[in-house]
Design a binder for this molecule. Structure first.
Ligand code: AMP
Length: 512
């Protein structure tokens, strides 16, 4: 049974060593003797995370839960885990008091050093991306297995802790349960938004730039003549898309896993709107009839498996070569490899001119990160706009001191008549607009604190943004990415602003 004190000790030791190898050795030595459940608890703690996710406990709550320290360590990892589990479940009336009581009881059992660790763990101060990065090697070293095998299993499991528990208790054969098999779809890799082409190339250097088609994600598995098609949510849709089956059945390779986009194109090659493509995926229809009315095209952009070789861990460049070997060019997404910003921009503009959504820029040496929004894929899309209402504004800093600058933006909720905050921006504001808005905001002030002035929701502003992402921070569950001000819309009243339903629809369309 392992105690928290031992984990704190190794965590401090690792923080004090700069040698990567020494860190790996120390962490591996610590993990090796742990029990299965302890591994699942300890592994996230070591990189500053908690397996329950965020606990929503702030400094203030921690302050009021302060207790005198225990003189000797006695907390087991399971004890801490159980308290976190309960904290996560406490909701509703009296929740704050209950949380404080739970935390106080935990702190009373912890030594001063353990208390310090727990506080920093809870508020997220210990989070260390770099350590997370070496954990694959730690688990491999602790289990005596090749790091590549552990990395691959993590790609399929999506998180490392269960893989670590399996590897340490069951060795190589237990890892195999996380491998991919033909006709068992895996979660697709997702992309992160980039502000523009320039930012994408600055992040990736030389990159593979591909058309981003606004259709439906498809993962196609082929084993000899057996071909199956799965959606992004891993539903099987083989019977609905006979033309995709036929296209892949004719491929040069005998077994394949392909990742791509299905899209309905007009006779002139331009795409139909997204809902038209999606109409082919409904279940209640005669596939042959629908195919004749609205044929689908398919463009593959990744090859994850070819004739017995698993390619997930291989760099983009190699997976792309495999794709070219397996399929005729007409089935491969148009692409360009470049580090030249002008050339990339031209390709992006061509994609837009052809009616597509934008481009994907992909790191040439990145692996395929199943189920993850990997930093190796950046999407550059034509910006969209929404008319939103300014709910509050934060005072500017530096050159903007004295001006209300960072806008809190909300969409209208037709059900309640109130506004749902979607994000903030201080971008796109000229000095003249800053001066004007500061004056207008102060006329509409409801109240303020040190940083923020809250306003009557009366001013409509047109906002350009590149993307929407799920967010636990905002009340609508969605947040704008790369939002910037295009201009105020004095011609519009708050009742004319875009609704949260519209925003949700845009998001739903973007994730199909
Ligand atoms: P988004 O939904 O905006 O996050 O963009 C990711 C989606 O773009 C993927 O799930 C695919 O369905 C789609 N997509 C279109 N073209 C590509 C491409 N060349 N590479 C990767 N994904 C693509």
């Amino acid at each position: 049974m392992t105690g928290l004190a031992e984990l704190v000790r190794v965590s401090n030791q690792v923080a004090a060593t700069s040698s990567r190898l020494a860190k790996i050795r120390e962490l591996a030595d610590f993990l090796r003797p742990l029990e299965r459940e302890e591994i699942e608890i300890a592994l996230p703690y070591l990189s500053g995370d908690i397996r329950q996710g965020k606990l929503a406990v702030g400094y203030a709550a921690l302050q009021s839960a302060r207790a005198s320290a225990a003189s000797a360590p006695g907390l087991r990892l399971q004890d801490v885990d159980r308290v976190f589990q309960t904290l996560k479940q406490v909701k509703g009336k009296g929740a704050a008091e209950q949380r404080t009581a739970l935390l106080r009881a935990l702190f009373q059992r912890a030594t001063a050093e353990e208390q310090g660790f727990l506080v920093r763990l809870i508020v997220g101060e210990l989070r260390q991306g770099a350590l997370e990065g070496i954990m694959v090697e730690v688990v491999a070293a602790a289990a005596g297995l090749p790091a590549a095998d552990v990395r691959r299993a993590v790609a399929f499991a999506g998180v490392i802790a269960p893989v670590a528990a399996a590897a340490l208790s069951g060795g190589a054969s237990a890892l195999a349960q996380f491998s991919v098999q033909l006709m068992q779809p895996v979660l697709p890799m997702l992309a992160q938004p980039a502000e523009d082409m320039h930012a994408a190339l600055a992040a990736l250097g030389t990159a593979l730039i591909e058309w981003k088609l606004d259709g439906a994600r498809v993962q196609v598995h082929k084993s000899a003549a057996d071909v199956r098609v799965y959606t992004r949510n891993l539903n099987e849709v083989t019977a609905r898309v006979p033309e995709i089956v036929a296209a892949v059945r004719g491929a040069a390779a005998s077994s394949l896993i392909l990742d791509g986009e299905a899209i309905a194109l007009r006779p002139n090659g331009r795409p139909h709107p997204f809902p038209v493509t999606m109409s082919r995926f409904g279940s209640q229809q005669d596939a042959a009839e629908r195919r004749a009315e609205l044929p689908l095209s398919v463009f593959f952009f990744d090859c994850l498996y070819i004739d017995g070789d698993m390619l997930f861990d291989h760099p983009t460049r190699e997976r792309r070569d495999a794709l070219a070997r397996a399929l005729p060019p007409a089935l491969v997404t148009p692409a360009l490899i470049t580090n030249d910003a002008d050339e990339a921009e031209r390709f992006y503009q061509e994609a837009l001119a052809a009616g597509h959504e934008g481009v994907m820029a992909k790191a040439l040496d990145a692996p395929y990160e199943a189920g993850r929004r990997g930093a190796g894929w950046l999407k550059v899309k034509r910006a969209r706009t929404l008319d939103l209402v300014v709910l509050a504004a934060e005072w500017g800093h530096g050159r903007r001191r004295g001006w209300l600058s960072n806008l809190h933006l909300g969409a209208r909720d037709p059900a309640t008549g109130s506004f749902v905050m979607l994000g903030k921006t201080f971008k796109g504001l000229t000095d003249a607009t800053l001066a004007w808005q500061t004056q207008e905001f102060l006329k509409r002030e409801i109240n303020r604190d040190e940083w923020t002035v809250r306003l009557r929701p009366e001013l409509v502003v047109e906002i350009a943004f590149n993307d929407l992402q799920e967010s636990s921070q905002y009340p609508g569950g969605l947040a704008l990415r790369f939002a910037r001000v295009k201009g105020y819309r004095p011609d519009k009243r708050p009742e004319d602003a875009d609704t949260i339903d519209t925003v949700r629809r845009i998001y739903q369309e973007s994730i199909a």
